[in-house]
Design a protein around this ligand. Structure first.
Ligand SMILES: Cc1ncc(COP(=O)(O)O)c(C=O)c1O
Length: 438
């Protein structure tokens, strides 16, 4: 496990006195190696001892342009001079909605929220109201936020408690979730047409929504089989189910128009967050007008005091403006591909069985011979090897997440020099692990 310097460790201890485990999200906890950041700029984060890290965690995905991006910050500073929260429709939220509609195929209308969890919560409620059905189907390994209806069978679930793959059992991911909600949830293995077909044949007409991560963003960025996405679209049409792509991680990251553009399969509703605001807290629910217009007074509730606030929408307006100007994705494509190819080359050279998954902006590595197709397969990978390599990288000032289910994220601020330095650290990690093994 990588060690913190003295000042960073002292800071973590201070945090633990007043914040359970010293973190404001369980995902950030990693014992004494829990990351601490004093400040960040571009592709780098700095700890309290002044150590610089090339950052591939990027806040778990939101930072698409780079930390503290000057243009985004300048636009936010300008905007907040005119006030930040009005409980009234303001310019920036309309601009953001217009941009999302322009960029994302199939999205005709948009409502804004503050976090990915709020977006999935509202999208599911909307689907239930639209169909008049209560049940939802989600896939094993997909994470859709912290609310009770979706915190089942997520990536950190226990394989031994999820039943066999033909009869998957929903696994409750937190204490405190009412057991009765189990009646409202069906789970299925991701990427498996046969099992999904069987479940739908029996229960398709009871299901309001199928929600999924189109790329397994909480499972080493595994890619879907195109036939799986196409099957989902067909089956949802057949049974009158609302298809929800949870694009909180993939949206505005794998392509300007997200998974709809990337795979050419369009959902009925999408949820976006993370890269939409380059780190400012904003989320969106978007989709077909026919469904979105069920939101409204006396119909489906959607709201929030801070929904569509000036700070977040000014940041998103600036972020999307840069994406639409074509400046963001070519850079990420270039550096992300270099990094993926470099890792591939090193692991092949050292004869370590491995697989790379995902896209240049968001990719994962699994140490295994066969190609994993879903969350169950991911348990066959050698995660200890992954953690040992990452520990060496962190000592050398490169910071991917130490949990290999979480992908490497790239931003437009990462340079070719950053990639070269990262590959050196990666190779050093591989060498050290091999020495330890022999
Ligand atoms: C796919 C997906 N959906 C929803 C969420 C929840 O978003 P938030 O943490 O903003 O509530 C996340 C968070 O990581 C996510 O990865």
């Amino acid at each position: 496990m990588p060690k913190h310097g003295q000042k960073s460790m002292a800071f973590l201890k201070r945090a633990r006195k007043v914040i359970p485990h010293g973190v404001n999200s369980n995902f950030r906890y990693n014992g004494d190696a829990t990351p601490v950041v004093a400040h960040a700029k571009g592709a780098y984060v700095y700890d309290f001892d002044g150590k610089r890290y090339i950052d591939y965690r990027l806040g778990y995905g939101p930072i698409i342009l780079g930390h503290a991006h000057p243009y985004v910050n300048q636009r936010v500073q300008q905007a907040i001079e005119g006030g930040v929260t009005f409980a009234a429709t303001q310019e920036y939220e309309v601009r953001v909605a217009e941009r999302i509609v322009e960029m994302c195929p199939g999205v005709e209308m948009v409502r804004l929220s503050n976090s990915g969890s709020e977006a999935t919560m509202h999208a599911i409620r909307l689907a239930r109201a639209y169909t008049g059905r209560d049940k939802i189907l989600k896939f094993e390994g997909c994470y859709h936020g912290g609310h009770d209806h979706v915190l089942w069978s997520t990536a950190s679930g226990k394989l031994e408690e999820t039943g066999d793959r033909h009869h998957p059992r929903a696994y409750k991911q937190s204490l405190g979730i009412p057991e009765i909600l189990r009646n409202l949830i069906e789970v299925a293995p991701w990427n498996d047409i046969e099992i999904l077909g069987d479940i739908l044949e029996e229960k398709g007409e009871e299901i309001a929504a199928i929600i999924l991560e189109p790329i397994l963003g909480n499972g080493a960025a595994l890619m879907p089989q195109l036939a799986f996405l196409q099957f989902l679209r067909e089956q949802c049409d057949r049974y009158g189910i609302v298809l929800i792509f949870d694009e909180v991680k993939t949206g505005f990251r794998i392509a300007p128009g997200g998974a709809g553009e990337y795979f050419g399969v369009l959902p009925d509703l999408s949820t976006f967050a993370k890269a939409l605001g380059n780190g400012y807290p904003i989320a969106a629910i978007g989709g077909k007008q026919e469904i979105m217009m069920h939101i409204g007074p006396g119909k489906v509730f959607h709201g929030g005091t801070y929904a569509g606030n000036v700070v977040a929408t000014a940041a998103a307006d600036a972020t999307l403006e840069l994406m639409q100007a074509g400046k963001v994705f070519p850079q990420i494509e270039k550096t992300g591909s270099m990094l993926m190819q470099g890792i591939e080359e090193i692991l092949s050279r050292y004869g370590i069985p491995h697989r790379l998954h995902g896209t240049p902006g968001m990719f994962g590595i699994t140490f295994m011979e066969e190609n994993p197709l879903d969350w169950r397969d991911l348990h066959k990978a050698d995660w200890e090897l992954y953690e040992d390599i990452v520990a060496v990288m962190r000592e050398r000032g490169v910071m991917p997440t130490s949990d290999g289910f979480e992908p490497f994220f790239l931003s437009a601020a990462h340079t070719e020099a950053d990639v070269a330095e990262t590959l050196e650290a990666f190779e050093a990690g591989v060498k050290q692990v091999l020495v330890k093994q022999n």
